[in-house]
Every structure is written in structure tokens, then in C-alpha cells.
Design a protein. Structure first.
Length: 455
């Protein structure tokens, strides 16, 4: 081998070896060495006279080899750079896609939560969940169950399903102890069951799973919802497709679950406050009713009647109409109680009150217990003659009751004395004048023998 060629081989191999740090393939030095041997080795059997010519040829070959080496190096570097650029570009595209998708997901989640937060009651909030969650999570059925008895039981309070028949309805209750829900409750993490039929084969005693499968559901995503302080219930997403739920759905629902739990908790608290407010108002109405209603007869009491009298007096003063008043007293009622007992006296008083209510039945007429055995009838828009007609009808109806009163000096049955009056309200005069006139008429009726009408 020519000396020049040997030196060329060492230098060439050295150059190639030094470029391995430049990310050349490991086969590069071997390939270039073999190429050098082929280009610069003298032919077999060459004579000594061709040494000069061979050396000249070697110098020319070395130039071509170095040019080829530069070309290959540039080509390899370009290929590696292009490959790295392509990988980086794909990574940037994937990252941009992920950022865009996550941004859209966060924006969509925020919009959904904002809309759901506008719901007032629990059912309204859950209806919004049914309407808005579909872009985030696949489902054909959603139900919400609340924990009862401190977590010992769970009860379904809301269901929406695309199935024709709901097999697991509102009102369904089950124990949590010894079930998979207890594990979900303990871990406070969403649970995926992507093959409900297989789960049912493994847990044949699971009634809720069997009912869900009968509805046609094949996948389930169970989400524990934490309220203001603790887990308050579960949100169940179900799909007809097996394998419908993934880790991405868990990630999405975990972002929503805490806020959704607070929203539902707030809505439940709002409902409880509404119920408490209604109960308080109802209690106040009952108290007011007790304060204004006579418990024995069910008629308005004197306080209530005086308020109505004053209100009607002012109204007739504005309109220029008449206002009639009738006062009724049961004749010899003390003797009735002494003869038949107070319970019988109460019955008698209620019967007479019923007669007054049946006669004074126009809109605006008012009947009340004036005090003791005295009753009163207010007749808006009725003059003196009309008031007397009503009074006579009252007296006749009571007489026709034929309630025995054997110790009455008036008649062998219960009778009443009636005083009636009617005035046209005018400025400078009050309703007490009407009361005074009717009371004076009643006094005259009793003084003139009872069982009669005066006024």
C-alpha cells in the first residue's frame, strides 16, 4: 500500500471518528474507510515504475474523497435536522391542539357552571345539568340521589332518562353499607363501570344495577358531590354504550363536582329556607286566625268584627251607602246551660251561629260572636227596612230548629231576641253610633218580652 494512502486512511478515519459526536451513525467510519480503500489502493501487481503516477492519482482521489465526505456529512446533518424539525413541529401542533381544547373545555365549563348557578331549586339546577352537560360527558340517563340518615341510606330524588320506562324511579332507597357506594363515599372519588352487565354478573344481588341494566344502560359514571361541609349525594351518569367513560371524563367531572355540589347544597338550603319561611308564615296565620276567630263557633271574634265594622263604615262613608247591624241574644241561655249542661249549651250556640251564617250569606256580610251568648251580623249596603227583614228571617229560622228549652219562660224551645239598626255614615260620626243604636234596640227587645225584634 502506498505511504500516502496509509496516511490518508488514518486521517480520514480520524476525521470521521471525530464527527461521531455530531450525531453520525455508528456505521459511518467503517463505510468511509472501506470507500477509501477502494478508491486509493493500487491495483494488484503494479510495477515500481508506476509509483509516481500512482502517487499523483492518490492525491486526486484524496480530493474527491474529502469532497464526498463533506457532501455526506452535510446530507446526514440536513436529514437529522429535518427529522428533528418535523418532530418538533408535530409536538408544537399537538401542544397547540391540547391548549386549544383545554381552553375551550374550561370556557365551556365556566359557561355551564354560570348557567347552572342561575338555578334556584335543586330540581331546576339538575334540569340545567341534563340540558348542558352533553358536550362534556356522554349520557342517556342522569339521576341524583341524596344521603339519608347520616349516610346510612341513599334515596333517589331526581331522574331524567331517554328510556321509555324508568325502572329506577324517584323515591327508590337503598342501604349504603356493604355496597360499592360506601367505597365511593369513603374515597370521595368518581367511579367508572364501563360494563354494567359484567358487573351485574359479579354482583347479582345489586338491585340498582339490575334496574339500570333493564333500562338499557351499559356504562356508569358515579360522582360523589360534596356540599358546603360533607358529601351530600351522588350524581349518576349512564350511557347505553359500553365503555363510554374515560379518565378524561373523570378529570372533567372532578373539576365540576365540587362547584356543582356547592350549587346543589345552596339550592337545597334555599328550598329549606323557603319551607321554613312558609311554615313560619303559616304559623303566624294560624296564630292570627286564633286571635281573630272564636274557637267555639268558628265565627269571627269581637276584635275581628270591630275591625270589619270600622272598615265598612269608612267604605260606606266614601260611597254614601247604608250600613246595617244586627245584634242577637239567646233568650234565657243561662237557664239552658243550668238545665242541659255547658256542653249542650255549646252545641246550642253553634247551631244558632250556623243559622246566622246561612241567612247572612251575601258577599260582604259578616257574622261574629259579640260576646257570651250574643252574636252580631254586619250588613253592608242594607238600610233599616232590609236589616229588619234579615232579623225576622233569623228569628224564624232559630225558632224552627225546635231545640228544647223546658225551663224557658218564653217558649218550650230556644228563642232569640234581636236588635237591628242601619245608618248612613257621615263626617263627624263614627261606627260606635251604629253599635249603640243596635244595642239599644236589643235591650228593648229583651225588656219587651224577648223572642222579638226591635229597631
Amino acid at each position: 500500500m502506498a505511504p500516502g494512502v496509509g496516511k490518508m486512511d488514518k486521517r480520514s478515519h480520524g476525521e470521521v471518528t471525530r464527527t461521531r459526536g455530531g450525531r453520525f451513525p455508528s456505521a459511518g467510519p467503517l463505510f468511509l474507510g472501506v470507500l477509501g480503500e477502494v478508491l486509493f489502493a493500487p491495483p494488484a501487481g503494479a510495477s515500481a515504475t508506476g509509483a509516481v503516477s500512482s502517487q499523483f492519482s492518490s492525491m486526486a482521489g484524496r480530493v474527491w474523497f474529502e469532497a464526498l465526505l463533506v457532501f455526506v456529512t452535510i446530507l446526514l446533518v440536513a436529514m437529522l435536522a429535518w427529522r428533528e424539525l418535523r418532530v418538533r413541529r408535530k409536538a408544537e401542533q399537538w401542544l397547540a391542539h391540547e391548549v386549544r381544547m383545554r381552553t375551550e373545555e374550561i370556557e365551556r365549563t365556566g359557561e355551564i357552571l354560570q348557567r347552572i348557578n342561575e338555578g334556584v331549586g335543586v330540581e331546576e339546577v339538575l334540569e340545567l345539568v341534563w340540558e348542558t352537560f352533553r358536550p362534556l360527558i356522554p349520557y342517556d340517563r342522569i339521576s341524583y340521589a341524596e344521603l339519608l340518615d347520616g349516610g346510612g341510606r341513599v334515596g333517589v330524588v331526581w331522574v331524567r332518562s331517554s328510556s321509555d320506562e324508568i325502572r329506577l324511579p324517584v323515591g327508590f332507597e337503598a342501604l349504603t353499607a356493604g355496597t360499592s357506594l360506601s367505597a365511593v363515599l369513603e374515597q370521595n372519588e368518581p367511579r367508572i363501570l364501563n360494563d354494567l352487565q359484567a358487573y351485574l354478573r359479579e354482583h347479582p344481588d345489586s338491585v340498582p344495577t339490575r334496574l339500570i341494566v333493564e333500562e338499557g344502560m351499559r356504562s356508569s359514571l358515579t360522582v360523589p358531590l360534596r356540599g358546603l361541609e360533607q358529601v351530600q349525594g351522588f350524581l349518576f351518569f349512564n350511557s347505553r354504550e359500553p365503555g363510554a367513560y374515560t379518565a378524561d371524563h373523570v378529570r372533567i367531572i372532578q373539576r365540576l363536582a365540587s362547584q356543582l355540589g356547592v350549587i346543589i347544597g345552596k339550592s337545597r338550603l334555599h328550598e329549606e329556607l323557603i319551607v321554613a319561611k312558609w311554615n313560619l308564615e303559616e304559623a303566624n296565620r294560624r296564630l292570627e286566625s286564633l286571635a281573630r276567630i272564636d274557637p267555639l263557633t268558628g265565627l269571627g271574634n269581637r276584635r275581628f268584627f270591630e275591625d270589619r265594622l270600622e272598615s265598612e263604615w269608612r267604605r260606606q262613608l266614601r260611597e254614601g251607602g247604608s250600613l246595617g247591624l244586627i245584634l242577637v241574644d239567646l233568650d234565657n241561655f243561662k237557664e239552658y246551660n243550668d238545665t242541659y249542661g255547658h256542653q249542650a249549651g255549646d252545641v246550642c250556640l253553634r247551631k244558632v251561629a250556623g243559622v246566622l251564617q246561612s241567612v247572612a250569606r251575601r258577599a260582604g256580610d259578616e257574622v261574629a260572636r259579640w260576646g257570651g251568648e250574643e252574636l252580631a251580623v254586619l250588613l253592608p249596603g242594607v238600610d233599616a227596612e232590609g236589616a229588619r227583614r234579615v232579623a225576622e228571617e233569623l228569628r224564624r229560622e232559630v225558632t224552627e230548629l225546635k231545640m228544647e228549652h223546658r225551663n224557658s219562660p218564653v217558649a218550650p224551645f230556644v228563642t232569640i231576641s234581636v236588635g237591628c239598626a242601619s245608618l248612613i255614615p257621615s263626617p263627624g260620626h263614627g261606627s260606635e253610633e251604629l253599635v249603640r243604636a243596635a244595642d239599644t234596640a236589643l235591650y228593648r227587645a229583651k225588656e219587651n218580652g224577648k223572642n222579638r225584634i226591635e229597631g
